[in-house]
Design a protein around this ligand. Structure first.
Ligand SMILES: Nc1ncnc2c1ncn2[C@@H]1O[C@H](COP(=O)(O)OP(=O)(O)OP(=O)(O)O)[C@@H](O)[C@H]1O
Length: 577
C-alpha cells in the first residue's frame, strides 16, 4: 500500500419519510461534518439510535436516497460513487454462504474480482497473507457454520480485503463478541490501518482498553457530531466545555452519558464546541499527501463477465452439493408423481372409453408442473438476495453475471425433472408410440417450466420476503383461472378472450392437448358398444382446444423473454438502489 486516503465530509444530512402523522420527515443526520485520516482506525460511537450506522451507510454510498453533503478525498471533491469504488463495506449481521469453507469463500471473492489474471500461486499467497493478518490461517478449511462469532466477523472482513480497498467501513465491529474477542478484532483492524488503509467502524460502548487502540473517535448523538478527535484528547475536550470527567470514569462512557442528557441538556454545548464536526483541534495532526492522484487509486476490480458467471455457477454448485435436500426432494417428487399418475391413468391413453380421463391426466400434468417450476428458484432468490445485495455493493460482480448464473444453474435440473415426469407418464398411460408427439409434449412442458420459473423470479424480485412467501401460491392463480382448464374457451365472454389468448398456461395446455390428441391422431380403441370420444380430435373440438401449435410455442417464448427482461430490470434496479 502506498498512498493513504483521508476522507472528509461536510454538511452531510439524511432524512427519511415516516408514517407518523406528526413527524412525517425524520432527520437522522443533521449537517454533520468530519474527517477520517488515512492509515488510521476511527471509531464512530454514540447512543443507540443516534445515527452511527446511517452515517456509515451514507459515507459508503449504501444509502443514497435523501442524502446530501460534500465528500472530499485528500482535497478533491468526489462523488459518492468514487468512494464506493475505492471502499468496501462490512455490514452488520452480514450473511454468508454457510456451507462453504473459509478458503472457498475467500477464493471465490478473489476470483470474482481478479482482473489481472493472477497465477494460482499469487492467489494462494494473497489469500494466505490476508488470513495471517487477520489470524484465521488455522480456520481456512472450516465451514462457516463452525466458526465463532469473532472468527466469522474476521472472515467477513477478510473477504473484502482481497480487493485491497483503500477505505474499509465496518458496521458493529464488536457486537456480539466478548471482551477478549472484541479486543482481538479491533487489534486486527488496527493492523490493517497501519498497513495504510482508512478504517472506520461503528462500535457500542468500547472499554477503555479497546478505546486506546483507536486513533480517532467520532461521537454522534441524535444525528449531530458531539466529539471528534483522538481518544487521548477527549479528557481535554471535556475540560474545555467545563464538564470534567471523574477520574474513576471511562471518558467515553461519560461522553455518552452527557449525550443521553444524564447531566442535564448539555448536548448543544458539545455540538457547538466541536462545530458539528468542523472543528479538528482535537484530531491527530497528519502530514499531507501531496502526491495523491485520484485517478491512480485502485478502484474496485472485477473479472470478465464470463468468469463471473463461471465462478457464480461454481459457488452455487458447491453449496448445492453440500446440501442436496432440495434437489433430491425435487427430483423424487417428479419421479413419484410420474409413477403415481402413470399408474392412476394406466393404459388409458389409447382407450376411447377413458378419453376424458386421459384429458384430465394431461390437464393435471400441466397444472402440477407449472407450480413445481414456479417454485424452483423462487425461494433460492428470496433467501440469497441479502448476500447478493452486499456482494454487488462491494463490486464482486455485475447484475448481468448474477442473473445469468441464477437462471443457468437451474436449467439442467428443470430438464431432468420434466423429462422424468413426461417419460414415465407417457409410457405408463400408453400414449401413441409416435416420437414426435412425445417430443412436442415434452417441449411444451419444458418451455412452460421456464416461463413459470421466470414468472416466479419476477414476483420474488419485486416483493419483500414476507409478502413473497405468504402470497407466493396466489400469483399463479390468475393464470390458472384464465386458461382453458376451467372453461371451454369459446364459451367465455368476448372480453376474457384476450386474456386466454395471451396466457402462457392456456397456450401450454392447448399445445399439450394438440400434441397428444390432435395432429390427425387416429381413432382410439374401444370395447364398449358406444364410445363418444373414440376420436381424440373430437374431444379437442368439444373443449375448444384446437390451436395452431407454432402460435402456442410463440406465446410461451414471448412470456419467457418478457418475464426474464422484467425480472432482470427489477433486480438491477433493486441492487442499484
Ligand atoms: N429507514 C428508516 N426509516 C425510519 N427511521 C429510520 C430509518 N433508518 C434509520 N432510522 C432511524 O434513524 C435513527 C438512527 O438509526 P441508526 O441505525 O443509524 O442508529 P445507530 O446509532 O446505528 O443505532 P444502533 O447503535 O442501535 O444500531 C434511529 O432512530 C432509527 O430508528
Amino acid at each position: 500500500m502506498t498512498e493513504h486516503i483521508s476522507l472528509r465530509f461536510a454538511n452531510v444530512s439524511c432524512h427519511v419519510h415516516t408514517i407518523s402523522f406528526r413527524h412525517r420527515l425524520k432527520k437522522i443526520l443533521k449537517n454533520v461534518s468530519g474527517n477520517f485520516n488515512g492509515g488510521e482506525l476511527t471509531a464512530i460511537v454514540g447512543p443507540s439510535g443516534s445515527g452511527k450506522s446511517t452515517l456509515l451507510d451514507c459515507l459508503s454510498g449504501f444509502r443514497r436516497t435523501n442524502v446530501s453533503g460534500k465528500f472530499i478525498v485528500d482535497g478533491n471533491e468526489i462523488s459518492i460513487d468514487d468512494i464506493r469504488q475505492m471502499s468496501s463495506y462490512v455490514m452488520q449481521d452480514q450473511s454468508l454462504h454457510i456451507h462453504l469453507t473459509v478458503r472457498e469463500i475467500m477464493a471465490l471473492s478473489l476470483n470474482l474480482r481478479d482482473k489481472q489474471n493472477l497465477s494460482d500461486a499469487a492467489k494462494k499467497n494473497k489469500i494466505f497473507n490476508v488470513f495471517e493478518t487477520l489470524g484465521i490461517e488455522r480456520k481456512c478449511e472450516t465451514v462457516m457454520t463452525e466458526l465463532s462469532g469473532g472468527e466469522r466477523k474476521r472472515v467477513q472482513i477478510a473477504i473484502e480485503l482481497v480487493n485491497d480497498p483503500k477505505i474499509l467501513f465496518v458496521d458493529e465491529a464488536t457486537t456480539g463478541l466478548d471482551c477478549v474477542a472484541s479486543t482481538r478484532c479491533i487489534e486486527y483492524l488496527k493492523k490493517l490501518a497501519l498497513e495504510g488503509r482508512t478504517i472506520i467502524c461503528t462500535i457500542h460502548q468500547p472499554s477503555a482498553s479497546i478505546l486506546k487502540l483507536f486513533d480517532q473517535i467520532y461521537a454522534i448523538a441524535n444525528g449531530s457530531c458531539i466529539y471528534q478527535g483522538s481518544s487521548t484528547k477527549l479528557l481535554e475536550f471535556l475540560n474545555d466545555i467545563e464538564l470534567p470527567c471523574p477520574s474513576t470514569y471511562n471518558p467515553i462512557d461519560f461522553l455518552l452519558e452527557i449525550a443521553n442528557d444524564c447531566y442535564g441538556e448539555q448536548s448543544e454545548k458539545l455540538i457547538q464546541k466541536i462545530e458539528n464536526g468542523k472543528n479538528f483541534d482535537y484530531c491527530n495532526v497528519k502530514e499531507k499527501y501531496e502526491n495523491f492522484i485520484l485517478s491512480e487509486v485502485n478502484y474496485h476490480q472485477s473479472s470478465s463477465y464470463s468468469k463471473q458467471v463461471y465462478y457464480l455457477l461454481k459457488r452455487t454448485f458447491l453449496t448445492t452439493s453440500r446440501d442436496m435436500t432440495i434437489f433430491t426432494f425435487r427430483y423424487f417428487f417428479h419421479l413419484i408423481l410420474g409413477l403415481t399418475f402413470g399408474l392412476m391413468y394406466h393404459d388409458m391413453g389409447n382407450r376411447g372409453e377413458y378419453m376424458l380421463n386421459n384429458y384430465k391426466y394431461l390437464v393435471l400434468s400441466v397444472v402440477i408442473l407449472v407450480y413445481t417450476s414456479y417454485y424452483s428458484i423462487y425461494f433460492q432468490f428470496l433467501h440469497e438476495f441479502s448476500i447478493v445485495k452486499r456482494e454487488y455493493f462491494n463490486g464482486w460482480y455485475s447484475t448481468e453475471a448474477y442473473y445469468t448464473a441464477l437462471i443457468l444453474f437451474d436449467v439442467p435440473m428443470t430438464l431432468i425433472c420434466c423429462t422424468t415426469y413426461v417419460s414415465i407418464t407417457y409410457w405408463l398411460t400408453n400414449q401413441p408410440a409416435e416420437f414426435y408427439r412425445y417430443i412436442l409434449f415434452l417441449s411444451f412442458i419444458i418451455l412452460m417450466s421456464f416461463a413459470s420459473q421466470s414468472l416466479g423470479v419476477m414476483f420474488s424480485s419485486v416483493l419483500d420476503i414476507k409478502t413473497a412467501t405468504t402470497f407466493s401460491f396466489m400469483f399463479l392463480l390468475p393464470f390458472i383461472v384464465l386458461s382453458g382448464i376451467l372453461i371451454v374457451t369459446s364459451h367465455t365472454p368476448e372480453f376474457f378472450k384476450f386474456f386466454f389468448d395471451f396466457n402462457f398456461l392456456d397456450s401450454t395446455l392447448k399445445g399439450v392437448l394438440n400434441s397428444v390428441l390432435g395432429l390427425g391422431r387416429r381413432k382410439a380403441e374401444c370395447d364398449d358398444l358406444y364410445c363418444h370420444l373414440v376420436e381424440p380430435g373430437k374431444l379437442l373440438s368439444d373443449f375448444g382446444a384446437v390451436i395452431d401449435i407454432s402460435r402456442a410455442f410463440k406465446v410461451i417464448l414471448i412470456y419467457i423473454v418478457i418475464c426474464q427482461i422484467i425480472s432482470y430490470l427489477i433486480i438491477r434496479y433493486r441492487l442499484r438502489k
